[in-house]
Design a protein around this ligand. Sequence first.
Ligand code: SF4
Length: 102
Amino acid sequence: MNYSRFGAGLLGWAEMSWEEQARCRQYDPEMFFAPRARAERKAKTICVKCPVKVDCLVFALQAKVEFGIWGGTNGKERRAMIRSSPVGTDWREEIQSIGVTA
Ligand code: SF4
């Protein structure tokens, strides 16, 4: 099955160019949206080696996605990042400045 956790079928958003390389495409998308700590930990370990982690996190921060694991972060962590950054922050630059790569 060619399923995407990002695509129109789930969220109504247009497919993004980096989505094809998303490591999570090989896993059950429920794992990335389950509120349980164990599933969250497992999802985050998948993100660690994802080649599009930065693109994914930049998207989630720009779109203010509240739920799910994106770029190795949960909604609470992203809200904290948004709160502690000035309006207009260049998220790609910010993320790379703290050492997140891929
Ligand atoms: S960083 Fe995680 S959630 Fe984002 S595309 Fe990669 S595996 Fe999926």
